[in-house]
Design a protein around this ligand. Sequence first.
Ligand code: NDP
Length: 287
Amino acid sequence: MTAAVLAGAPAAQALLGEARRRAAALPVRPHLHLIRVGQDPASLSYVRGKDRQAREAGLRSTVHALPEDVALPALLALLDHLSADPEAHGILVQLPLPPHLPPAAVQAATDPRKDVDGFHPLNVGRLWAGQPGLAPCTALGILALLRHYGQPLSGRSAVVVGRSPIVGRPVAGLLLAADATVTVAHLRTPDLGRVTRDADVLIVAAGQPHLITADMVRPGAAVVDVGIHRLTGPGGAPHLTGDVHPGVAQVAGALTPVPGGVGPMTVAQLLLNTVQAAEAQLGRSAA
Ligand code: NDP
């Protein structure tokens, strides 16, 4: 058996189409503000991609590029200003931040109604209380990907490997809200394979290349590989790979590729979150 490929591109296009349609129905264009600190090459590339895709989806987008040594009060002042600005609907601070800028302080300084990354403590609480709010983009993107391909969640056994606030925890909360029976595994979990073999739906966000091998997967399971790693092949050529060993494709019923699986969903979901935030601020929805 070879697993069905859960490609991100068609599912991301569906989300982008929805974002474009809902943005066009609003009296003003939703405006996303992207804040980047320093010159980290990955952050530069992520912010550039988010800015470009926001414009392509018919949103307004503004990038605030701050110097590496920006003081915490200056960053918090910018967040205060944007939080109070009725023309700013979504605010995202690109992570990681330099060590002198504590992410928790920065995340708590954004108006939760504009927190399109879903990291504000109020939005984290709402997610776990099963209340509407803004949830983290990669986690929402994973659920949207599974739904796009008709993967059932209600009543199924879902195992999440990883408990980071960015991926593992929020995806576990969303799976619970979708009526899955959820287990969260982490570094202290003994016999990881025993836990993962129980999964009908296995989400792997551990940041460890090829951690999950074929013997750790229940035959027919749906496997989502969130990990992304740049490895160097035998000839010195770089290639991207995930947390899931390629041999899992022989056992799983469905599997996301790396690259081209979860990756495209994250930005598409960010734009949908921005539209959702704008709708709520403009009184067009209950969220
Ligand atoms: P973190 O490093 O913040 O968290 C990793 C989690 O995995 C931790 O909870 C850790 O456990 C757990 N873990 C690590 N090793 C093992 C192991 N051997 N067995 C069981 N659990 C383990 O990573 P992130 O959540 O931020 O990211 C995970 C991966 O997803 C990375 O490769 C990242 O690049 C990728 N990513 C991809 C995105 C996309 O859009 N495609 C977006 C975000 C991330 P413990 O808590 O005990 O330390």
